[in-house]
Design a protein around this ligand. Structure first.
Ligand SMILES: C[S@@+](CC[C@H](N)C(=O)[O-])C[C@H]1O[C@@H](n2cnc3c(N)ncnc32)[C@H](O)[C@@H]1O
Length: 460
């Protein structure tokens, strides 16, 4: 995929007749190691969202196209694009309009990644738009220009479940919004594998090809589909409990946050019979809990993104239901491999550990694998049968829970062959690949690329 990027924060300068919005853009890969070189020029579209107050004092965000005529274009060979855009003057000089947010995307919607359903087909959603909150003139924090931008995707499966039950009022689409740092540095950014995983999870949990419809999950991951949608039944009363998911190396939080959002949506969606059945299943099992972890320096951005998600970003500004709980805790794999966990990671038995795009550095692969095995060990010990007083009838009925057997989901866009050592080390520690799939990446030109997804379990 390619990503529109702001090289520096957008600026508004007072022009002679009207204010001027100054933008410096580029379009690169996720690693920023090459610029987009399209076969034909790509016209761009710039949209502003203004905060306006109506006669009754109600505030609303109003979209206003800011694209000049002719539109700016991105051509092969370009490295940077500088734009000076005159902003529409305020109609009421006493109440100047405030530009809150801008969106920059290809003018051709077919090239643009606007929804998770644009990603999986592999031939659309080739370029990820960029959004930025504008600095507030004179407002709180006016001196601190935001050095961040954000990405926004509607959470929509490629294949919707068949509508077999009574239809409810359609809900506004849910949005996944992830903040990242500006510019081309590769720290604190979103990555292809995370975007693909968010899209795959949407299809698995909310799609018609298996999410809620019973049968096998789509995309060749039936075991993983079942793990996500069937509550683990470990309680003596047989009601099950919520799924516990631990993410390692979460970065800005794309995968864990989308999991929380998607599992919440699955839990609250009742527009179809299939989804209603799923609602009952998950509700009976309690709410899922997702803990995302990374090095301490990743915490600030991950927490910002958790807060962004919990504010609820539905298109149409409707409040978002969030039954799945979501939290962050630092976890360095050099500690994890020795079984040293923080209070949050150490508090639960984890049904699933998720690792996305973390296997590219051969130096850290041994501690990552060691941490996965230590999580498995701790989870089994924490949940070992006999640590709770089971009623005799439950014992007789064989309802005593089994120890939690942590599964591991790994997604990777392989960058070099040495990543093979991750799979060798996993095999050496008794981890077995139970199923796998390849998801092609949307790509404009260049070689075909895929994100590989693996579900591991420990050999018994
Ligand atoms: C390429 S990023 C992937 C981020 C995220 N999983 C995604 O797909 O967007 C790799 C992540 O691994 C984390 N990481 C690297 N070494 C680590 C370690 N020793 N302990 C914990 N996290 C580590 C980095 O901080 C970084 O966030």
């Amino acid at each position: 995929m390619h990503y529109l990027r702001l090289c520096r924060p957008p600026e508004i300068h007072p022009g002679r007749d009207q204010p001027i919005l100054k933008l410096v853009l580029t379009i690169t890969t996720d690693l920023s190691d090459s610029f987009l070189s399209p076969p034909s020029p790509i016209p761009l579209h710039i949209l502003g969202a203004y905060n306006e107050t109506d006669a009754n004092g109600n505030k609303a965000l109003v979209p206003v196209p800011l694209t000049p005529s002719p539109p700016p274009v991105w051509r092969a060979g370009m490295r940077v694009l500088k734009l000076h855009l005159p902003l529409p003057p305020s109609t009421n000089p006493k109440k100047p309009r405030v530009l809150e947010t801008i969106q920059i995307r290809p003018a051709d919607i077919g090239l643009t990644a606007l929804s998770t359903s644009d990603i999986l087909p592999g031939n659309r959603g080739l370029i990820m738009p960029v959004y930025a909150d504008m600095p507030r003139p004179g407002g709180p924090g006016a001196s601190a220009t935001p050095q961040t931008c954000f990405r926004s995707l509607r959470i929509e499966p490629c294949l919707r479940p068949a509508a077999t039950g009574p239809q409810q009022r359609p809900q506004p689409p849910a949005l996944l919004q992830i903040e990242e740092d500006l510019g081309e540095s590769i720290a604190r950014h979103i990555w292809d594998s995370g975007v693909v995983m968010a899209s795959l999870l949407t299809d698995l949990c909310l799609g018609g090809g298996g999410g809620g419809g019973g049968g096998h999950g789509p995309r060749g991951l039936p075991l993983f589909h079942d793990l996500l949608v069937t509550p683990p039944d470990r309680r003596h009363d047989g009601r099950g409990r919520g799924l516990n998911i631990l993410e390692l190396g979460c970065g800005v939080g794309v995968v864990g946050i989308s999991l929380a959002k998607i599992l919440s949506l699955r839990q609250t969606t009742t527009t179809t019979a299939a989804a209603a059945a799923a609602t009952v299943a998950v509700a009976a099992g309690g709410s899922p809990h997702i803990l995302i972890t990374d090095l301490p320096e990743a915490e600030e951005k991950a927490q910002t993104n958790i807060a962004r998600q919990q504010r609820g970003h539905h298109a149409g500004n409707a409040p978002a239901p969030e039954p799945a709980s979501l939290d962050f805790e630092p976890l360095d794999w050099t500690d994890g491999q020795r079984g040293v966990f923080g209070p949050k990671a150490g508090a639960r038995a984890w049904d699933l550990a998720v690792v996305c795009d973390c296997t590219y550095n051969t130096d850290t692969i041994p501690s990552l694998v060691g941490t996965l095995s230590a999580v498995h060990r701790m989870s089994a010990e924490k949940s070992a049968p006999g640590d709770e007083a089971a009623p005799e009838e439950a014992l007789a009925a064989g309802a005593v829970p089994a120890a939690v057997d942590t599964a591991v989901l790994v997604a990777t866009k392989r960058r070099h062959e040495s990543e093979r050592s991750f799979f060798d080390l996993m095999a050496g520690e008794g981890w077995v690949v139970k199923e796998s799939t390849e998801v092609p990446l949307p790509r404009l030109g260049g070689e075909r690329q895929v994100v590989e997804v693996y579900l591991f379990r420990k050999q018994r």
